[in-house]
Design a protein around this ligand. Structure first.
Ligand SMILES: Nc1nc2c(ncn2[C@@H]2O[C@H](COP(=O)(O)OP(=O)(O)OP(=O)(O)O)[C@@H](O)[C@H]2O)c(=O)[nH]1
Length: 303
């Protein structure tokens, strides 16, 4: 018998539900500290955001969908829901979040929307901590189970972290076999890195003014939360000539240090999070033998 390696699994999970039912809170709980960075950013739920949860050989990519509410629902087949539906169309599982004790017209609309896609749906009934007498939930559960052939109905509380593990275990089991889409240390989408790179670039421009060539680029090499809850970021500043490198670094490293300090403060404010930022400067000339940089330019071996 061959010694078979455990097959990796990877899938997309969409979170959907009317506004205020607790989707962000639930995502935060599922991801632990990982997503709290994203969620503290204003307006995240307006956009589709990704949280990436990699556990052993399984990677789950959480897709948050924009809230659906009545006004917008009138245009349900148009604009706003394009984002939501595209994220439903290509996911492996949908987590439909509703509130403990009431099923509203908006919930119905969300369900109608979900029904148009042939994906398995888990119903998470949130905020049950608000209900003193749990028995009172039973008729509601009964009622909901007749609405759709949900894979699973899980009553719980995102806020109190109640039954969130049960949901997570279900998600883990439901992920199809496949390679990871993101590196293991990715827990947010690229926009986090992009914003960070932009802040560093802005500080460089401010520090260097006219001395700075347009073509300076910043790459975020590492973006990772350590076990102490410190966000560790390594930024690589790419310049075109070695003369520019010394300009960026400044006398005794003073300029780069200033850029780093200013950027770190802004990044900390953006993510509401302590940050450790390290910056390096490299000359782009070396790109020819830098595989990563070549890839970022769109070349690979098959070209
Ligand atoms: N009691 C209780 N409150 C909760 C629970 N989950 C979330 N909330 C509260 O409900 C409110 C809305 O939660 P969010 O996570 O922001 O809801 P959302 O669905 O992401 O909302 P949108 O961003 O508008 O789509 C917040 O005040 C949360 O603290 C829960 O399990 N129990």
């Amino acid at each position: 018998m061959t010694n078979k390696q455990p097959q990796s699994r990877c899938g997309f999970v969409a979170f959907i539900g009317r506004p205020n039912v607790g989707k962000s809170t639930l995502l935060n709980q599922l991801l632990g500290q990982k997503l709290s960075i994203t969620s503290r950013k204003p307006q995240t739920t307006r956009h589709r955001i990704l949280g990436i949860d990699t556990l052993d050989n399984t990677q789950m990519i959480y897709v948050d969908t924009p809230g659906i509410h009545k006004k917008e629902a009138r245009a349900i087949n148009r604009l706003m829901n394009r984002a939501a539906s595209s994220s439903i169309a290509d996911v492996d599982l949908v987590v439909f979040v509703v509130e403990n004790d009431r099923w509203t017209e908006d919930d119905e609309l969300v369900l109608e929307h979900i029904k148009t896609h042939n994906v398995p749906v888990i119903l998470f009934i949130n905020k049950v901590d608000k209900i003193k007498d749990k028995e009172a939930l039973l008729p509601y559960l009964q009622q909901l189970s007749t609405k759709y052939a949900f894979q699973q109905i899980i009553p719980g509380s995102a806020l109190k972290n109640n039954q969130v593990d049960a949901l997570k275990n279900y998600l883990l089991d439901a992920m199809p076999e496949g390679d990871f889409v993101f590196p293991e240390d990715y827990y947010t989408d690229r926009s986090e890195r992009f914003l960070t790179a932009e802040i560093i670039r802005e500080k460089l421009i401010r520090q260097l003014g006219d001395e700075l060539p347009y073509s300076i680029t910043v790459e975020i090499e590492q973006f990772k939360m350590d076990e102490k809850g410190l966000l560790r970021i390594n930024g690589l500043i790419l310049v075109e000539r070695s003369g520019q490198k010394s300009i960026v670094i400044g006398k005794g490293g003073s300029r780069l240090k200033q850029v780093g300090t200013d950027a770190r403060k802004d990044i900390e404010r953006l993510f509401a999070q302590k940050v450790f930022l390290e910056l390096w400067v490299k000359v782009k000339d070396g790109w020819a033998d830098d595989e990563r940089a070549l890839r970022s330019l769109g070349f690979d071996e098959s070209d």
